[in-house]
Design a protein around this ligand. Structure first.
Ligand SMILES: Cc1cc2nc3c(=O)[nH]c(=O)nc-3n(C[C@H](O)[C@H](O)[C@H](O)COP(=O)(O)OP(=O)(O)OC[C@H]3O[C@@H](n4cnc5c(N)ncnc54)[C@H](O)[C@@H]3O)c2cc1C
Length: 475
């Protein structure tokens, strides 16, 4: 099996890279072992909220040169200020094309409301999530925060209290939905995704409306935990229509419905564009010869190797085994690639729990084109994207999704550039070969003509000689 590119890992980075590659007409396969960080995320995407020294980044793009001075090995610093700005806009437009409705812009961060009712800065949020601009108070009138009886991952009172502390008018309520009684019998199954499977059924909408409506009569906006609209936003929009007031969803503890929906949208877009996904498959070995990856082997494909002109490593961080930590060593498990920023063991963690933890910035070291290195030697056709990269702390710098998407698009663009350069070179070579053949053909034709002429000349000369001979005989 041969592709233009094979991506290892199907999280946010792998999928975005695949979407960009297939959009450009390249053939691409993604091998993905299992769940990814999106399944556990808020569904909001961070670009950059803080510099390493703690400075707040309200306008992320304007902070990139200060970031470079403080963190020269940060992926944004390697990619370069101008490119990051271009790729952030490209990410926004690709996400829009997938059909997912997001709000926000790379020009300025906004606040999203967390499951605890706090404000947290971010770049893009699902349209259904309550947000506020950085310098204006949220202005949506009286808010009814409605929890679901039996669903322990969301505490409406806590959210309402926090909103009140922010000066907003908010009240807490619980709705009892008899349709969830069967689920309630098993508390460990009472999770956002399972609740959504019941709430999303068209035949259950009337009961949901009947139970929620009396609780929110006085409210001007309703906040619910994100337990509705797993496959599409349609049930959320329908509920909003029938309640007759704005409805917002707050992310819950994992598994996260908002993150899963984003993942599904990206997956659909990649497949729509002709991309091949190998879900549940795992890359087991990478064959590298003379500084190039020739092929990879996967668990499900056994002896059949996957070949490609280019490869992308997007296997995530410790969370998904893209990096592995033992007591005294950290390594990249597929190829033992070079890592950056590994300090001595005693300095891996910071005793201050909320401080930036040094191990968060552990990851694969690359050159300026995000190509992996092994033993100090660059692997020419192996690009690295996403959380497996080193040099940044997604948590304290608020840049997790941003690094994943921007590095993925950067890698994809490099591959597109390389392939078109090669194709242009091949076309040029083909042109040369054609010209040489044409010249040869012309020369051949001329030679034949020349030989014919020479023969004619010889023939004539011989004829003349004969005539002279005859004349002299008759003379
Ligand atoms: C729990 C959690 C919550 C987060 N929440 C947010 C958030 O709300 N907002 C935000 O901006 N950022 C968040 N982040 C940061 C997050 O890292 C990025 O947002 C981003 O989703 C990471 O994507 P990724 O594709 O680089 O890696 P991942 O999402 O980790 O995907 C890697 C994929 O590679 C697969 N894989 C690993 N090894 C192999 C192999 N050998 N063969 C094949 N496949 C393999 C894994 O199974 C996985 O599917 C969160 C991170 C974590 C861990």
């Amino acid at each position: 099996m041969k592709y233009d590119a094979v991506v290892m890992g199907g999280g946010l980075a792998g999928l975005l890279c695949g979407i960009r590659l297939t959009q450009s007409g390249l053939s691409c396969a993604i091998v993905s072992a299992g769940q990814n960080a999106l399944h556990f995320s808020s569904g909001s995407l961070d670009l950059l909220t803080h510099l390493p020294d703690g400075q707040v980044a309200e306008k992320p793009l304007s902070m990139l040169s200060a970031l470079k001075a403080q963190a020269p090995t940060h992926p944004y610093s390697l990619i370069g200020e101008a490119q990051v700005a271009v790729l952030a806009q490209m990410a926004e437009s690709i996400l829009q094309q997938t059909g997912i409705r997001l709000k926000g812009s790379c020009e300025e961060n906004h606040y999203r409301i967390t499951p605890l009712g706090h404000k947290r800065m971010t770049w893009l949020s699902p349209e259904v999530v309550p947000t506020a601009s950085l310098h204006q108070k949220m202005d949506i009138g009286k808010i009814a925060v409605v929890g679901i009886e039996g669903f322990l991952d969301f505490q409406p009172q806590m959210v309402a209290d926090e909103l009140q502390r922010e000066g907003l008018s908010a009240s807490a309520h619980y709705v009892h939905l008899p349709l969830l009684d069967r689920l309630r019998e098993n508390p460990s199954e009472f999770r956002a995704v399972n609740v959504a499977r019941w709430l999303d059924r068209t035949e259950n909408m009337t009961q949901i409306i009947e139970e929620i409506s009396p609780l929110v009569v006085d409210a001007e906006a309703v906040f619910l935990p994100a337990c509705i609209g797993l496959d599409s936003e349609e049930p959320v929009l329908e509920l909003q229509r029938r309640l007759g007031k704005p409805l917002y969803l707050l992310p819950t503890l994992p598994p996260s419905l908002l993150g899963i929906r984003l993942h599904e949208c990206l997956l659909r877009q990649f497949r729509r564009q002709g991309g091949i996904v190998m879900p549940g498959d795992k890359v087991t070995s990478v064959n590298c010869i003379n500084g190039r990856v020739e092929s990879i082997q996967t668990r499900n494909h056994g002896d059949i190797s996957l070949k490609a002109k280019h490869f992308v490593l997007a296997t995530g961080s410790f969370f998904n085994n893209g990096l592995v930590a033992e007591f005294d060593r950290v390594y990249e498990p597929l190829m033992e690639l070079d890592l950056c920023d590994i300090s001595e063991r005693a300095k891996w963690t910071n005793k201050q729990f909320f401080a930036s933890q040094p191990y968060m910035a552990f990851g694969v070291k690359t050159d300026g084109k995000l190509r992996a290195q092994k033993g100090g030697v660059t692997i020419n056709n192996l690009y690295v994207a996403g959380a497996v990269l080193g040099g940044f702390d997604p948590l304290t710098q608020g840049c997790g999704a941003g690094v994943s998407m921007i590095s993925a698009l950067f890698a994809a663009n490099e591959i597109i550039g390389e392939i078109s350069k090669n194709e242009a070179m091949q076309a040029e070579v083909a042109q040369w070969v054609f010209s040489i053949r044409a010249l040869k053909a012309v020369l051949n034709a001329r030679c034949v003509l020349l030989i014919a002429l020479l023969q004619k000349l010889i023939h004539c000369t011989q004829g003349q000689n004969k005539q002279v001979q005859m004349a002299s005989v008759y003379a």
